[in-house]
Design a protein around this ligand. Structure first.
Ligand code: ZN
Length: 311
């Protein structure tokens, strides 16, 4: 297990207004703001991280918010749906909460024998709350309005919509050690037994689907989790050895990363557990101040002046 892919690490999407994004994920969904930093490739925009109390891998969703962003369209070649686990009996609470906040949500439905509630964030990103068959024992972050008995535990699955799943499925099975667990219509469920949670990737084969168009409300990439840099570099070798272009190791301050585009069109990242979110602020203060990587610290005043106000 030490040297395997350990399910999902984080998922990153594009958003519109930063403040609206923050309000939705922290207040409405009750996640913890883990980190307020900037896009390392574009320090005039935020990079916001949300997850559980300590930023455990498999709970982390991150956004690049652009104030005037054009809305994207989810479609083929994209990670189109993100699902979180919630406890049995909590979907009624969530349905009412989404109504109260005028969040667009569908009716509870079922797939692979699991009840779920589909909804979208303010930019149209497609999300789901799922009651998982096998429960979820992770300790959630809780708030006054979203107490532990209904709170989101972390990721359940991410769904990739593809015109043809074959090459993508081969990466999951042959390199990442996932297995096909079940099929329902054109939906194929892949799962790894290396971890208990955030272990599922669903592939939808939709030969006639339009290609997705990037923009607010769409996914940017999904990151798989490995324990440390040694395992990361083992996977670099495996991915490169299978003929894919994969980046060098990149220091993302809170983890080390590699990126490659899988043949179906989705950007895959592999990211380490180390060093984690405690590296530049204490765990009890996560998300409380704007943190910049060392290379931007000297430009802090300018960066702060450009970034939109969050409160
Ligand atoms: Zn990432």
């Amino acid at each position: 297990m030490e040297n395997r892919i350990l399910g999902l690490h984080h998922i990153t999407a594009i958003a519109g207004k930063a403040r609206q994004n923050l309000e939705f994920y922290t207040n409405v969904l009750g996640l913890r703001l883990l980190k307020k930093t900037v896009n390392f490739d574009d320090p005039g925009t935020y990079h916001l991280y949300y997850g559980d109390e300590v930023g455990s891998a498999g709970t982390i969703i991150t956004f690049f918010p652009y104030e005037g962003a054009r809305l994207g369209t989810a479609g083929a070649g994209m990670a189109t749906h993100i699902s979180y686990t919630v406890p049995e009996g909590s979907l009624g609470f969530w349905k009412k909460r989404f109504d109260d906040f005028r969040i667009s949500a569908g009716e509870p439905a079922e797939k692979f024998g699991e009840k779920y509630l589909p909804f979208t964030d303010p930019d149209g990103l497609q999300l789901e709350l799922v009651v998982p068959k096998n429960g979820d024992s992770r300790t959630p972050w809780s708030t006054q309005e979203v107490p532990a008995e209904v709170a989101i535990r972390g990721f359940h699955a991410v769904t990739l919509t593809l015109r043809n799943i074959k090459a993508t499925a081969a990466i999951l099975t042959d390199i990442f050690e996932y297995q096909l667990q079940e099929q329902e219509g054109n939906r194929y469920r892949y799962i790894t037994n290396a971890v208990e949670n955030a272990a599922i990737i669903d592939l939808i084969e939709a030969p006639d689907a339009n290609r997705g168009e990037g923009g607010a409300g769409t996914n940017h990439h999904i990151a798989f989790r490995v324990k440390n840099e040694e395992v990361l570099m083992q996977f670099r070798k495996k991915v490169a050895g299978s003929g894919f272009n994969i980046t060098e190791k990149i220091d993302r301050n809170y983890f080390y990363s590699l990126y490659f585009r899988e043949p179906g069109g989705v950007l895959f990242e592999i990211a380490t557990d180390n060093p984690g979110f405690g590296i530049d602020e204490p765990f009890d203060q996560l998300g409380s101040s704007l943190l910049l990587p060392p290379q931007y610290e000297s430009r802090r005043a300018n960066i702060e002046a450009v970034l939109p106000k969050l409160d």
